[in-house]
Design a protein around this ligand. Sequence first.
Ligand SMILES: [Mg+2]
Ligand SMILES: [Zn+2]
Length: 221
Amino acid sequence: MSRIIFCDFDGTITKSDNIISIMKHFDPPGWEPIKDQILSREISIREGVGKMFATLPSELKKDITEYVVETAEIRGGFGEFVDYTKQAGIPLNIVSGGIDFFVKPMLAPFHLEDHLYCNGSDFSGQYIRITWPHACDEYCSNDCGCCKPSLIRKLADQDAEKIVIGDSVTDLEAAKLADLVFVCGVYLEEKCLELNLPYKRFTHFDEVISYLKQTEEVISR
Ligand SMILES: [Mg+2]
Ligand SMILES: [Zn+2]
């Protein structure tokens, strides 16, 4: 049996959620009620993220990118984790509800661009417009924005062991399709418990590597 990994970006590869940290720092009027509506699932992630960025002027592009690159921290062990998956031949896909203009520069040192799936952005108008190159397929009615379950259906073989790594609300629909979920955030852990999804908690990517190494032989037998 083969393995395939789908790893979240915000709050998982980086220690905190960059969309939230951008909003807190630039503090455009009205972003907070929109965030609360997303978390309470009153509005979809796509609608909410689109609305939050539409409060930010396009001219802030450079400032926002620099802010993220300078302040966001990569979770410990991520570089080693990328190396391990390459050596072991395990496809590592980054599936992110983040936006290309800050996700790409953050991931540049790890050379994952061929396996990066995130939202797009358009700065041609007065305010930032988010684009959705990986919207939901016909089986998902969740209006995800970047649809992780759709990407799993598209990229994973039926019989592959699907491993999802994530922390929060954007990972929930993917976690439901996973054989195993690695969780590094309270929201997703609570949902896994509630829905009885198989999960392991981690804080450092070393823990993910050692689990994958331990179970590697069992898988290939
Ligand atoms: Mg996240
Ligand atoms: Zn979806």
